[in-house]
Unconditional design. Structure first.
Length: 424
């Protein structure tokens, strides 16, 4: 448990206090009904479809924020560089970024920039975009990106393929062990040899903090031990914690993928996974001084820094994260994640008693079962997700908040029966 940990910024608040903070923030935003301001190309949500005087709004500051429609364009960790019309809710977004960067990812005070993104894909592309442009400017590449490559494991999210395509840089995926999911150091060395022969000497390394299929965590040391054999290679490191960012730091507080490791410059997290925020809610955090490499100079009509991939963003997404974090506080949140991890371990132990071939990593809430033990009926009835819909080898169970004991019990009854029928 993490009761001995000190959280400088993250405190549990009462629902009344949370709502008060949000209403105060909304009062500092532009009020389209009363304000004389006419230059902002925005307004509240359509009144015919989203009635601003609905009684439903009385019980939800999130819905009030949604209807007020604040635009969080830009980056608000430096609030002097933000659009003034939405300063109240932007300040709460900056508070969210501070909690995530410093209290969860262990950054030093006021050393991190970041913003609430649309999710992990955007955050991963944002990081790679920043580092590509950093290399371009630092080494005067004049937009010849042939010396840059993205490096990741074959278990990495498919957003790496999107980033490679969009940003016109090479992608090298490293093989992993079929059961430990650890990177194959020999394959890494071979891929670096090939990249070097192609003139690549700049790497954007993406490390996984819990893959969505297996819950596996990459070892940065394993990567760097091999890369160190190529002293001409320059490396920038991004961590994809889209799945694990709100989970692993609580089930394993000593896990090493944090800003304490000065080799790591940025992280992606998803709030719409473990945090259960609305879809389209993610987080991107990066060390100060680096976002300038994705600054869009042509956005002259935007006050402050628009360094983000998407530009305009819904402030309601940031408010949803604020409400959830402050409602739980760090210790209750840790207990919640630990409960899911313990529930997963109990399920794993039952499956092992049936001699099921599976993959489960300690401190995770994912169990992946080999295809030989999963009948089509079980896969369909319980919505088990395959690693490949065309030629599946593994099917995963994710123990989320709604996967309670009664569901697990019923699953085990059906699963055991399916195995017995197959044996017969």
């Amino acid at each position: 448990m993490t009761y001995n940990q000190v959280y400088k910024n993250w405190k549990r608040l009462s629902k009344e206090t949370i709502d008060q903070h949000i209403l105060e923030a909304l009062s500092q935003n532009i009020n389209y009904y009363d304000s004389l301001k006419m230059g902002v190309p925005a307004s509240h949500l359509d009144k015919q479809e989203f009635a601003p005087d609905s009684q439903v709004l009385d019980g939800s500051t999130f819905l009030k924020t949604l209807i007020n429609n604040p635009n969080h364009i830009g980056v608000h960790t430096d609030t002097d560089l933000s659009e003034p019309y939405f300063s109240g809710t932007q300040r709460l977004e900056a508070e969210v970024i501070k909690i995530i960067a410093e209290d969860i990812l262990k950054a030093q005070s006021d050393t991190i920039d970041g913003y609430v993104s649309s999710g992990g894909t955007e955050g991963n592309i944002q990081a790679i975009w920043v580092y590509r442009n950093l290399f371009n400017e630092t080494y005067a590449l004049e937009k010849d990106y042939s010396s840059i490559a993205i490096l990741c494991s074959e278990d990495a999210h498919y957003s790496m393929d999107k980033a490679s395509n969009l940003l016109n840089i090479k992608l090298a995926k490293i093989k992993v062990d079929s059961e430990t999911r650890a990177i194959d150091s020999t394959d890494l060395k071979n891929r670096l040899e090939v990249l070097q022969s192609q003139g690549v000497d700049k790497l954007i390394l993406v490390c996984n903090m819990m893959t969505t299929m297996f819950g596996s965590v990459d070892s940065l040391d394993d990567y760097m031990a091999v890369i160190a054999q190529y002293p001409s290679m320059t490396v920038k490191v991004h961590v994809d914690g889209a799945y694990g960012g709100f989970f692993l730091p609580f089930t394993n507080p000593d896990q090493p993928l944090t800003f304490n490791d000065d080799r790591i410059d940025s992280f992606t997290l998803d709030a719409h996974k473990m945090l259960q925020a609305p879809y389209g809610t993610g987080i991107f955090v990066i060390r100060k001084g680096l976002l300038k490499y994705s600054l869009t100079d042509s956005a002259q009509y935007v006050a402050g820094m628009d360094c983000t991939l998407v530009g305009s963003r819904s402030g309601a997404n940031a408010i949803s994260i604020y409400k959830i974090l402050m409602n739980y506080g760090p210790y209750d949140w840790a207990e919640r994640m630990l409960a899911l991890a313990a529930r997963t371990t109990r399920l794993k132990n039952h499956l092992l008693e049936l001699d099921v071939k599976l993959i489960h990593f300690e401190d995770s809430n994912i169990i992946t079962i080999h295809r030989d033990f999963v009948t089509p009926m079980i896969a369909v009835k319980y919505g088990l997700v395959p690693d490949n819909h065309n030629h599946p080898e593994w099917f995963k169970i994710v123990v989320m908040d709604h996967v309670k004991g009664d569901k697990i019990t019923q699953f085990l009854i059906d699963f055991k029966e399916s195995i017995t029928v197959n044996d017969v």
